[in-house]
Design a protein around this ligand. Structure first.
Ligand SMILES: [Zn+2]
Length: 74
């Protein structure tokens, strides 16, 4: 796999979790492990979070800046 193909796969991962953060995602690097999703709050930033994607098999990870999902109260 070329580097740009890998980047494309990671982008697809980000898009997938944007739609459904509960979906289980196969690691684009080793294609065996599952990605663990970890959201980190950015201090002082009300609408963005850092979302980490960590492979439970090969340990590769990536981070993407995501919009915080605001749930409707009513
Ligand atoms: Zn992996």
């Amino acid at each position: 796999m070329t580097k740009s193909e890998k980047i494309k796969k990671w982008v697809e991962v980000v898009i997938q979790t944007e739609k459904n953060s509960n979906s289980s995602i196969i690691c684009p690097e080793c294609e065996v492990g599952k990605l663990i999703i970890k959201d980190e709050i950015i201090e002082g930033h009300p609408v963005k979070i850092d979302r980490y994607f960590i492979c439970d098999n090969c340990g590769k990870w990536n981070v993407a800046l995501m919009s915080k999902i605001v749930k409707d109260g009513n």
